[in-house]
Design a protein. Structure first.
Length: 209
């Protein structure tokens, strides 16, 4: 049974379709992959899924929302996690890792991993998808968490989130045995490795301290 068949079988005469948002997003993802994100219209997505455009727009106001399905809910959970970590003696990279780990661990399920790879490949191919409002909201959550540690928390937050997404997009394109969580760790170790005592001493001497 196709995704469209699954959605259509929920219909009842005289009642609106009971639509599962994840199914709609998966139908849209398939169209984006085959035809290109910019070439697909919301009408084509609604037709392929067997739902009305009104239903589609009610659940997903934009095409980008279909790609980032579930991101607003994740943002709410991240806000709760960030509050629990507030005051922890962790670097910005360590805080992002601690918050992202529960989500990335879900990719141990092969079906979830395949879906994430498909979404991330599309995001990597369509830079405009990185301007989603929910991402800006997530950056704001991280900025509030980083504020006590840096003079420019919004800059650090955007940079950390950008590195994280870039690492995950790289992971999605690879066929190696590395996991998404390992890719995230490697990226942050490479960009901001732990500072040794010797490095700190050299830095202080260079500043004349």
């Amino acid at each position: 049974m196709t995704q469209r068949d699954t959605i259509q079988t929920t219909a009842r005469r005289g009642r609106p379709l009971a639509v599962e948002p994840t199914q709609l997003a998966t139908v849209a993802l398939g169209l984006f992959e085959r035809r290109g994100f910019d070439a697909v219209t919301m009408k084509q997505i609604a037709d392929a899924a067997g739902v009305s455009q009104r239903t589609l727009f009610r659940l997903f106001p934009t095409k980008a929302d279909l790609v980032w399905e579930g991101l607003h809910e994740i943002r709410e959970v991240i806000a709760v996690q960030a509050e629990a970590l507030r005051g922890a003696a962790l670097s910005p990279a360590e805080l992002l890792h601690a918050i992202a780990e529960p989500y990335l661990m879900q990719m141990g399920d092969p079906a979830v991993e395949r879906l994430y790879r498909r979404r991330l490949r599309l995001i990597g191919d369509v830079p405009a998808l990185l301007n989603h409002p929910a991402l800006r909201e997530i950056e704001a959550v991280f900025a509030s968490l980083f504020a006590p540690q840096t003079a420019h928390p919004s800059l650090v937050a955007r940079s950390v989130v950008a590195i994280g997404i870039a690492a995950l997009c790289w992971w999605a394109e690879q066929n190696t045995g590395i996991t998404a969580l390992e890719a995230l760790r490697v990226a942050f170790r490479g960009v901001a490795p732990p500072v040794s005592r010797r490095t700190r001493a050299v830095s202080r001497r260079a500043r004349g301290k």
